[in-house]
Design a protein around this ligand. Structure first.
Ligand SMILES: [Zn+2]
Length: 176
């Protein structure tokens, strides 16, 4: 999934989840956190020479489960609703990233069962050979055309961004 679509899906998920009563008090912070952590797993791309090779431990659920469980436990121990909110926000954003990367995998999947298994899971067939390019070239051809050849994924990527643009325009006019 492309970076704008990750942010857009984070915004929608953040808005939906933040309706929960326990998150009401920190609603705006929560949405920002979900957007931020729907992007953070791709930080491993900075150190990777290729698109297909960029999935490190940050693209495995166990990494985020350990971190957020730790934050949740400390939050409970300190009786801090803020820390619990942060834990839920980090968990929601990072898991959303993994799920959307799994759905939109074109060259590398998600190792859901890591460290017990290194099987790469992907919804559609993947073509690792097409991902032997630097991350920056994802938005250029030939990768961009290759990615968009899967019309379901192309529709999803475009649709989610259009949806968020419509929501933002609506918010702008309604709240002003
Ligand atoms: Zn990713």
């Amino acid at each position: 999934m492309f970076i704008f679509s990750h942010a857009a899906s984070g915004y929608i998920a953040g808005k939906v989840i933040s309706r929960h009563k326990i998150l009401e008090k920190h609603r705006q912070y929560f949405i920002v956190l979900v957007i931020l952590f729907s992007l953070v797993p791709d930080v491993d791309g900075i150190n990777s020479p290729t698109v297909a090779g960029h999935h490190s431990i940050m693209h495995t659920p166990i990494f985020w489960i350990v971190i957020t469980l730790f934050l949740w436990i400390i939050g409970g121990y300190w009786n801090s609703s803020k820390l619990k909110m942060i834990s839920v926000g980090v968990f929601s954003g990072s898991m959303l990233h993994l799920v959307t990367d799994w759905i939109t995998a074109r060259t590398v999947g998600i190792q859901w069962l890591y460290p017990f298994s290194t099987i790469n899971f992907h919804l559609f067939p993947i073509f690792p050979g097409q991902g032997q390019i630097p991350i920056i070239e994802m938005v250029q051809d030939p990768y961009f055309t290759f990615y968009m050849e899967n019309t379901k994924l192309a529709a999803l990527e475009i649709g989610i961004n259009v949806l968020v643009i419509i929501i933002l325009i609506r918010n702008f006019f309604i709240k002003s």
